[in-house]
Design a protein around this ligand. Structure first.
Ligand code: NCD
Length: 312
């Protein structure tokens, strides 16, 4: 069997669709790449990546762009609604058809509507990678997050992971919870009621036998955690502005909040941060978020290479 049989030509629309050995295969690929055992530079020479970002993005767009370019691919598309015909009302369907006509070998799609990546995968034979859709899924970020955990601890099993922030509207925390459900971890969702994790996520964890509990405040669990995954309040996704006013500024992770934390605690954040993660953590051993962001590049190289069947 070819080493990328599980990935060749496949869509990446939900972290629910991946099994433990597939997450491990991606992580292993990144570890190999980082040790320079197999450089992937130029492995996908001549192929075309269409990056279709209907929502703004900094890290995800640029890491996919640089990853594709390092692989030798040509890159086309757009990095947000401005600068494209979306503002004129062009649909996802028509955009896909057009880029298929230009010979795209892969679509990387970010969209504000839940299910947009799944829809794209259904109507197109070209592999689709979700770069975040709606408030539910961001599967490649979950892979980046898993890799950051593995890099910090050398393992994922046996860790106590706290997820703090806007778990209801944030897509990175649910995708990470799906990914972690393949490992032997203990998860605590830390959020005020209005922002707590959605039932479809907690139900899946239960079905998969993962220990998960809910807490309202970090101080109740800060001393137990190995990993603290912090997320911002998704202001743009909260349907009612008065709901946002009620929750804004409700939590901030700073040195004081980590007074009880283990010295080995690692703080992760998918970024961007607003006011929920203080810069006073940046220069401490807790900070893993810039290492985490840097991992996005090799990880997306490995993933594109597995899907498009490059050498290496
Ligand atoms: C996240 C996203 O877009 O969901 N950003 C990212 O991809 N790193 C997180 C966020 O916007 O809060």
């Amino acid at each position: 069997m070819s080493p990328n049989a599980d990935f060749l030509g496949r869509d990446v629309v939900s972290a629910r669709d991946f099994k433990r050995d597939q997450f491990e295969q991606v992580i292993q690929g990144v570890e190999d790449l980082e040790k320079r055992r197999g450089s992937l530079d130029g492995a996908l020479k001549g192929k075309l990546a269409a990056l279709l970002f209907f929502e703004p993005s900094t890290r995800t767009y640029s890491s996919f762009q640089i990853a594709a370019e390092k692989l030798g691919m040509r890159v086309s598309g757009f990095a947000g609604p401005t600068g494209s015909s979306i503002t004129k009302g062009e649909t996802l369907h028509d955009t896909l058809r057009m880029f298929e006509g230009y010979g795209a070998d892969v679509f990387v799609i970010r969209h504000s509507k839940m299910g947009a990546a799944r829809f794209a995968a259904e109507i197109s034979d070209t592999p689709v990678i979700s770069a975040g859709d709606g408030s539910r899924e961001h599967p490649t970020q979950a892979m980046v997050d898993l890799y950051a955990i593995r890099k910090a601890f050398g393992r994922v099993d046996g860790l106590k992971v706290g997820m703090l922030g806007d778990l209801r509207y944030g897509r990175t925390s649910s995708s990470l919870a799906y990914a972690l459900s393949n490992f032997d971890v203990d998860i605590t969702f830390i959020a005020p009621d209005a922002l707590q994790m959605r039932p479809e996520v907690t139900q899946l964890l239960k079905q998969r036998g993962v220990t998960a509990k809910k807490e309202s405040a970090l101080k109740n669990v800060a001393g137990e955690l190995d990993v603290l995954y912090v997320t911002r309040i998704q202001k743009e996704r909260i349907p009612d502005p008065t709901e946002y006013e009620k929750v804004k500024g409700m939590y901030e992770v700073n040195l004081e909040a980590l007074r009880e934390a283990k010295p080995s605690l690692k703080v992760l954040h998918p970024l961007p941060r607003v006011d929920e993660l203080s810069t006073d953590i940046d220069d401490t051993n807790y900070a893993q978020y810039f290492v985490q962001a840097a991992g996005g590049l090799p990880l997306r190289m490995v993933l594109l290479n597995l899907i498009l069947g490059g050498v290496g």
